[in-house]
Design a protein around this ligand. Structure first.
Ligand SMILES: C[C@@H](N)C(=O)N[C@H](C)C(=O)O
Length: 198
C-alpha cells in the first residue's frame, strides 16, 4: 500500500478508530479476506479529507469518533465479493458491490466505509442496520419512507445525519443506498489519478 502512495490513516490521526471488518470473520462473507492487511489506508488527499471530517465531528460532538470499517481494498478481494453474490443478477448486485471488471473506488484508495463510535457508551451509534446490510433499510434516499413505515427511528436517522454532515463538509460524497459508504471523488477521476490496488 505504502509503495503506491497510500497513507496509514492512524499515523495521521491516532484518535480515529479502525475495525477493518474484512480483516475479521465479522463480515457478510464470514471470512477473513484481508489476512495481513489490518490497517486502514487511503490515498493522501482522501486521507486528509477524512482527518478534516474527524476534526469537524469532534468540534461539535467531542464524545464521538469516526470508526472505519473499510478503506483501501485490493481488487482480488473485490472479485471474491462479486463471485460470492453470484446468485444475484449483476444489475442488482452492483447496488451493493461494484463489479471488479470496472473496479470499485475502494480499489483506488479513495472511498471509505465507516460509522460513528460513542466513547461514553463505549459502542457504535445505532444507525438502524448493521454494516453491509444489503437492503432498502440501509438506503439514505429511503429514510423518510422508512421512518413513516416505522422501520427506522428518528434517532437512527439523526445519527446517520451526523455522519453524513461531517463527511460532506469535508468534501466526501454520500452513497444513495449505503449509509456507511462515502467516495472522495468520482470513479473516473480516481482512475485518472491513482493506480488500482491489485
Ligand atoms: C461491499 C460494500 N462494503 C461496498 O463497499 N460496496 C461498494 C459498492 C463497492 O464495492 O465499492
Amino acid at each position: 500500500m505504502l509503495s503506491q502512495g497510500l497513507v496509514d490513516i492512524q499515523t495521521l490521526d491516532s484518535t480515529i478508530l479502525v475495525d477493518l471488518k474484512y480483516s475479521t470473520t465479522d463480515n457478510f462473507m464470514n471470512t477473513d479476506l484481508y489476512g495481513e492487511l489490518t490497517r486502514s489506508y487511503l490515498q493522501k488527499k482522501p486521507a486528509e479529507m477524512l482527518i478534516n471530517a474527524h476534526k469537524i465531528l469532534q468540534k461539535d460532538h467531542p464524545d464521538l469518533r469516526l470508526l472505519i470499517y473499510d478503506s483501501a481494498r485490493p481488487l482480488s478481494v473485490q472479485q471474491k465479493f462479486w463471485t460470492s453474490l453470484d446468485t444475484i443478477p449483476p444489475a442488482k448486485r452492483v447496488e451493493f458491490v461494484d463489479d471488479p471488471a470496472e473496479g470499485s473506488i475502494n480499489n483506488y484508495g479513495s472511498a471509505i466505509d465507516l460509522t460513528l463510535y460513542d466513547t461514553s457508551a463505549k459502542k457504535p451509534l445505532d444507525m438502524g442496520t448493521q454494516y453491509d446490510y444489503f437492503g432498502e433499510l440501509a438506503s439514505p434516499v429511503l429514510e423518510n419512507q422508512m421512518l413513516a413505515a416505522e422501520k427506522l427511528t428518528k434517532k437512527q436517522i439523526d445519527n446517520r445525519l451526523i455522519l453524513r454532515n461531517v463527511m460532506e463538509k469535508a468534501g466526501y460524497f454520500k452513497s444513495s443506498n449505503k449509509w456507511w459508504h462515502f467516495n472522495a471523488l468520482s470513479k473516473s477521476k480516481a482512475k485518472e489519478l491513482y493506480q488500482i490496488i491489485e
